[in-house]
Design a protein around this ligand. Structure first.
Ligand SMILES: Cc1ncc(C[n+]2csc(CCOP(=O)(O)OP(=O)(O)O)c2C)c(N)n1
Length: 309
């Protein structure tokens, strides 16, 4: 059984909802961040640039791992797909990490307006993780290094636990795939623990990923061949927490999500911006408003009192 109770799994669900909302708000909105009036064309950023598809899964992984390892000061979360930056930014904001380096990112209404308006904006935040992002150690655009970096962080630090989220497209890079062999090099008590998590959302940009097209048996045997034990998790926090808590020799987690889950489409078309013209197309504007409202953010956040999680 998981050491995390019902109250905490409920709070994980709420945190994921809040961060999903903050992702969509960052990608699309330049005003009306709390939907206090019907959405208008002028509320939408003139140039939409960023990635939605991977973000729900990142929010799920972040919320579950941060909750499970909350009492471990030596825990680090490493994110491979740096294009999922709006999700990383939402979580850094939520954990007040962003505020430590930028006081404008305060955990209140003004802070939410600040991060949303300035995402992918001239002189604001970039669209990908960058050296301006707290704790980022390599520029976020190039896939492949997350696992190698994680083993590097663990090297000579037995006290450390590093969970690393690797995209299923990312694992197709030679760098990421060969980095699985680092497990053998770094075995032993002098180094920390690396917990790889494959984000199996099925697509890389417009194409299916190889790992999502393998049978479960073939994928599991591949993972076992590298010396890990495959453990499948979904966005259900009760299950995720229980699996994290199960004693497993060298676990390799497989997080199964639908790419773009929660948005208007759940597949490769959701990789970047799933609605192209909400600033000019009435129908798309309505779809965006329905999407934003589906998170019921006002139930999670009060402009006066802050988050109610
Ligand atoms: C080395 C490298 N090759 C190609 C790209 C272009 N690229 C950006 S996102 C992406 C797809 C990533 O797929 P995945 O890792 O599965 O992430 P997700 O589907 O969760 O977005 C690719 C190929 C890149 N950023 N880096």
């Amino acid at each position: 059984m998981s050491t995390v109770g019902i109250a905490e799994t409920e709070s994980i669900k709420k945190r994921v909802r809040a961060c999903d909302y903050l992702v969509v708000a960052q990608l699309f909105l330049q005003d009306n961040f709390f939907l206090e009036r019907p959405l208008e064309f002028s509320d939408i950023k003139p140039r939409l640039l960023g990635h939605w598809g991977t973000c729900h899964g990142i929010n799920v992984a972040y919320a579950n791992l941060k909750t499970y390892f909350k009492d471990n000061p030596n825990f680090t979360f490493v994110l491979g797909p740096g294009h999922g930056f709006p999700a990383l930014q939402a979580n850094l904001f939520y954990d007040k990490e962003l505020q430590k380096v930028d006081i404008r990112a305060s955990l209140d209404a003004a802070g939410i307006e600040y991060i949303c308006k300035n995402f992918s904006w001239p002189d604001g935040f970039p669209s990908h993780a960058s050296p301006y992002t707290p704790s980022v150690i390599t520029e976020g655009g190039e896939l492949g290094y997350a696992l190698a970096n994680s083993y590097g962080l663990a090297l000579g630090h037995p006290e450390k636990t590093i969970a690393v989220l690797i995209g299923d497209g990312e694992l197709e890079t030679a760098t990421a795939l060969d980095s699985l062999n680092l497990k053998n090099l770094l075995a032993g008590s002098k180094n920390g623990t690396v917990l790889p998590i494959l984000h199996l959302n099925g697509y890389k940009i417009s194409g299916p990923t190889i790992y999502a097209r393998k049978s479960e048996r073939e994928l599991h045997e591949l993972i076992r061949g590298f010396g890990f034990t495959p453990v499948t998790v979904t966005d259900n926090p009760e299950e995720f927490q229980t699996k994290l808590d199960e004693p497993t020799d060298s676990p390799f987690y497989i997080l199964k999500t639908e790419k773009g889950f929660g948005g208007p489409v759940h597949y490769h078309m959701s990789h970047q911006i799933p609605l192209k013209n909400p600033a000019t197309d009435e129908n798309e504007l309505k779809q965006l408003e329905t999407w934003l409202k589906s998170y019921n953010f006002n139930e999670l956040f009060d402009k006066e009192k802050g988050f109610k999680l």
